[in-house]
Design a protein around this ligand. Sequence first.
Ligand SMILES: Cc1cc2nc3c(=O)[nH]c(=O)nc-3n(C[C@H](O)[C@H](O)[C@H](O)COP(=O)(O)OP(=O)(O)OC[C@H]3O[C@@H](n4cnc5c(N)ncnc54)[C@H](O)[C@@H]3O)c2cc1C
Length: 98
Amino acid sequence: MFGLADRPVAAQWQVTRWTADELARGSYSFVANGSGSDMCNTLARPEWGGRLCFAGEACCEERVQCVDGALVSGRRAAERAKALLAEQQERRQLPTPP
Ligand SMILES: Cc1cc2nc3c(=O)[nH]c(=O)nc-3n(C[C@H](O)[C@H](O)[C@H](O)COP(=O)(O)OP(=O)(O)OC[C@H]3O[C@@H](n4cnc5c(N)ncnc54)[C@H](O)[C@@H]3O)c2cc1C
């Protein structure tokens, strides 16, 4: 959507398979000892000049761990992407400054 030049590279990641666990069938985040209440906002912070947005229950401070938190954070991320696209489109339509 935005082109892939200069895209950021993840420094660290972990893949889990909790959905394949027949006794769990999924997972959700938890606030680890030593983590602050700003964890969700830090996770949700867009990267790459706003072009890379994050969503999911872990990104929603008000409803962390819950389905509606995932929904709220998804809507926020979509709104951010939409605003950025509108901004880019507007910039393209404006005459170039002298
Ligand atoms: C046993 C259990 C009971 C729960 N009960 C409740 C409850 O009663 N009420 C409540 O509000 N919440 C409950 N939850 C929590 C709720 O399920 C989660 O908060 C919610 O599903 C989180 O949504 P999400 O979109 O953030 O993540 P997920 O639902 O985990 O969605 C992530 C999606 O990304 C996909 N994915 C992963 N990796 C990749 C990849 N590399 N490429 C493409 N796709 C990928 C996965 O397949 C998955 O579909 C429960 C969870 C569990 C495990």
